[in-house]
Design a protein around this ligand. Structure first.
Ligand code: MN
Length: 292
């Protein structure tokens, strides 16, 4: 097996608001290097770096909106997110927890800061990923996986290097909590100063490391600062990440879905016709009903 090298280190773009509750740096697909196809099956990534939100009695967030053709994956680091959807699923995502929502044939949902967190105010930090579905699964039944801390297994690295929470895929024989439609690794890592984690993924899997806290060195090269996105090349299988100071990383790797992408707003399908159909189905109420 050979080394997987860095392709580009991508700095955060200026943050923008999604609704009034999520102040995010978008990495996929707005970075020049990160088209929806380049990081397939990860077709969107918004990162809300730690941001203080003052107390309010009106929870901030995003009101009712549709999705079709993919999954939304929300990872909470700080603060709490409340979610409701038109399939009747709802939940609160607490720090260390993950919501894996399969929109598939279509749902309506709303995403807000949790009520008590809103009233008290505080630091908020989260990641939202959109994971594409292969054509054959795009119109499957919506589903919902609320992954709590007890669902997500932790691997303790040797030599006091740190820990890896296995959200999806597996790490050193420990299986991830999420069930996925295509092969995906999603690993939430904590590295102590000088601690090194090894990662091995098939060379064709699109792979990246987001630095959530602290700084890291990939393959013992130059230091990458916090909030930066390290796009790995498809040239090999193995790489190392070393914590410089205490660091937190999110490692994502997945088998590309080699199919055409037609995307418009909250709909991600394979053809223009399917997008027009999604808009029509949404307009005539086929996505169900959800109260504001
Ligand atoms: Mn949404």
């Amino acid at each position: 097996m050979s080394t997987k090298n860095i392709e580009f280190v991508i700095p955060p773009r200026p943050a923008h608001f999604v609704g009034d509750g999520f102040k995010v740096h978008n990495f996929i697909p707005s970075s020049h290097y990160l088209s929806m196809q380049r990081m397939s099956p990860f077709i969107m990534m918004d990162y809300n770096a730690p941001t203080y939100f003052p107390p309010t009695n009106t929870p901030r967030g995003v009101g009712v909106h549709p999705h079709r053709g993919f999954e939304t994956v929300t990872i909470a680091y700080k603060g709490k997110v409340a979610h409701h959807d038109s399939s009747g699923n709802s939940g609160i995502i607490e720090p260390g927890e993950v919501q894996w929502m399969t929109a598939a044939s279509g749902i309506l949902h709303k995403e807000y800061h949790e009520k008590k967190f809103s009233e008290e105010g505080g630091d908020f930090q989260m990641v939202q990923l959109w994971v594409n579905l292969p054509a054959k699964d795009k119109m499957s039944q919506p589903k919902y996986q609320g992954l709590t801390k007890s669902d997500i297994q932790t691997v303790i690295l040797p030599n006091n290097a740190g820990t890896i929470n296995v959200i999806a895929g597996d790490y050193l024989g420990t299986k991830g909590a999420a069930s996925t439609f295509t092969p995906i690794y999603l690993l939430d890592g904590k590295l102590n100063d000088g601690g090194i984690a090894n990662f091995t993924f098939p060379s064709n899997y699109n792979t990246a490391v987001l630095v959530i806290e602290g700084e890291v060195k990939v393959n013992n090269s130059e230091v990458t600062p916090t909030d930066h996105f390290i796009l790995m090349n498809n040239d090999g299988e193995n790489f190392t990440v070393e914590g410089i100071g205490n660091a937190k990383i999110l490692v994502l790797s997945g088998e590309p879905i080699n199919e055409p992408i037609a995307a418009q707003g909250p709909f991600v399908m394979n053809t223009r016709e399917e997008i027009m159909q999604a808009i029509q189905d949404y307009n005539i109420g086929k996505f169900g009903f959800l109260e504001d």
